[in-house]
Write a protein that binds this ligand. Structure first.
Ligand code: R1P
Length: 289
């Protein structure tokens, strides 16, 4: 079946609508960063650059690091942007853009997020690194898809019970990472835990400026959640969306977090730029090992 022009939108030069990319522009090993200015902070380490483009907040650069072809792309903030980036990257490798048909041979992408995040646990301090074992989807984007096969009902039900989760909010889906990338990226320098992914920065992450919260105790309940040793270690805005769509589309994903804040004890890194730079160097070297 041909995918209609209204569903798979291409620009006049044949590139995909939001990302402005054609299939030859991307590697199968991809790094996601949130901030478009972080792309150059990754690619400054590259041996060579073959391609770069930007549309809106989506900046993409492809090149090689120690001989390995890598693409770095900025996703901007939030799960809604991840929906665009992951579906469009998948279309570039798994849909023939000329015939508009799904290809018979599936290409798997390896996607590593290098992001910033706030720790929720007093014993996981600022300036440390964390790899997300799972994404806990508190934002609902994934609920538009058929997610039953990627769900973890036991953890989800334990979370709902522990937090007395409001039924007016979206279902808190838990999705695991891609194990082969975890094996590559994990070391004794890296903490590991469940990353909660909120659909906003303030209320959805329990921050109060002028608006009251639906549940003022939610962050405390998230902090104290422990199901068979599985703790929720940090809060950010992309991981569950990356894990969910990657699993559904047949890609391998891992989320690396530079912990620049600690919400449990109210501290913020004195040099967040350095912890991000260190995580970039660590992740690049692990990816080529
Ligand atoms: C919020 O300030 C942004 O920072 C975090 C959140 O996930 C959100 O995108 O990550 P990045 O620094 O990777 O964008």
């Amino acid at each position: 079946m041909n995918i209609q022009h209204s569903e798979l939108i291409l620009n006049p030069d044949g590139s995909i609508y939001h990302l402005n990319l054609r299939p030859e522009h991307i590697a199968t090993d991809i790094i996601f960063v949130g901030d478009q200015y972080r792309v150059d902070k990754v690619t400054q380490h590259f041996d060579s650059i073959e391609f770069t483009t930007q549309k809106r907040e989506f900046k993409t650069t492809t090149g090689t690091y120690k001989g390995k072809r890598l693409t770095v792309i900025s996703t901007g903030i939030g799960p809604d942007n991840i929906d665009i980036v992951l579906n469009e990257l998948d279309a570039l490798v798994n849909i023939d853009l000329e015939t508009r048909q799904v290809k018979e041979t599936h290409t798997q992408l390896n996607i590593t997020r290098i992001g910033t995040s706030g720790s929720l646990q007093a014993d996981i301090p600022v300036n440390s690194f964390l790899l997300s074992s799972h994404g806990l989807d508190l934002n609902g984007m994934l609920q538009s898809y058929q997610v039953e096969e990627i769900a973890n009902p036991e953890l989800e039900q334990a979370f709902i019970k522990h937090t007395d989760w409001s039924s007016k909010k979206s279902y808190p889906l838990v999705v695991a990472n891609g194990k082969t990338l975890e094996e590559k990226l994990l070391s004794d320098k890296v903490h590991k835990g469940i990353t909660a992914t909120a659909g906003g920065f303030y209320g959805p992450q329990g921050r109060v400026l002028r608006l009251g919260l639906q549940d003022a105790q939610l962050n405390a309940k998230i902090d104290s959640f422990n199901h068979n040793g599985n703790r929720i270690t940090n809060l950010e805005m992309e991981t569950s969306a990356i894990y969910g769509l990657s699993k559904l589309l047949g890609h391998n994903a891992a989320s690396m977090n530079a912990l620049i804040a600690n919400r449990a004890n109210g501290t913020f890194s004195e040099n967040p730029g350095k912890v991000v730079a260190d995580l970039i160097q660590y992740t690049l070297d692990k990816l080529v090992e």
